[in-house]
Design a protein around this ligand. Structure first.
Ligand code: TZP
Ligand code: MG
Length: 215
């Protein structure tokens, strides 16, 4: 079993508007209780100062729980708080530059919505791809057209790096994205908007691990 792959199995992305009024640390702690392997700090509206405060708090929490912390969009913030890595999309810092700044050890995730973007991200030094949106999502206004699981299958046959499915992933479709070739999932609403965050995370984790490793 690939331990690195397992550490990327279940990404929970923070979202201040979809968390039903619960604060970010509470949500993250509950997700970690349920077995999230990665917390991705994603806060598009915070000032840099606030983002740093959130990142520092999540750094302490994830370290205590043995989970990874990945910072969305902001390489500078990831470095400043000694996060495990950063995630960039197609409108962010180019992946090759992000890799230069992060160095060889930190994790670089790159969003890919088609085969070309994926191939470029691999060449630029991505450690994993965020693949999607797989299904329709209300959580990201500019997510683009759903790609369906076919993109995952195509990428799985071309690339060996971890493929993290994102966009509309929930308890009902997790099995099919893993079967299509995803090695993990990244979710917002399925966890942060769940009444019981820990239970929702636990259920998703069970499916991912059962499909990948048979337990
Ligand atoms: N990137 C592509 S889709 C998406 C992001 C950040 C939103 C995922 O949110 P949800 O609620 O899991 O569909
Ligand atoms: Mg981005």
């Amino acid at each position: 079993m690939n331990n690195d792959l397992k550490r990327l199995a279940l990404h929970v992305l923070t979202d201040r508007t979809l968390s039903l009024g619960r604060d970010m640390l509470t949500v993250a702690a509950a997700a970690l209780d349920g077995g999230a392997t990665v917390i991705q700090l994603r806060d598009k509206t915070a000032s840099t100062r606030l983002l740093i405060e959130e990142a520092v708090a999540l750094r302490a929490l994830t370290r205590e729980r043995g989970a990874l912390l990945i910072v969305n969009d902001r390489i500078d913030v990831a470095l400043a708080v000694d996060a495990d890595g950063a995630h960039v999309g197609q409108d962010d810092m180019p992946a090759a530059l992000a890799r230069q700044l992060l160095g060889p050890e930190r994790i670089l995730g790159v969003s890919a919505g088609n085969l070309e973007e994926a191939a470029e991200a691999v060449i630029a030094g991505a450690d994993y791809l965020g693949v999607g949106p797989i299904y329709a999502t209300a959580s990201k206004a500019d997510a683009g057209q759903p790609q369906g699981t076919v993109l995952l299958s195509q990428l799985a046959s071309r690339h060996a790096l971890p493929l993290i499915a994102i966009g509309g992933i929930n308890i009902a479709n997790t099995r099919e994205v893993i079967q299509a070739g995803a090695t993990g999932i990244a979710v917002i609403s399925a966890v942060v908007s769940a009444p019981d965050i820990t239970a929702a995370t636990h259920d998703l984790r069970q499916i991912v691990l059962a499909e990948l490793y048979g337990h």
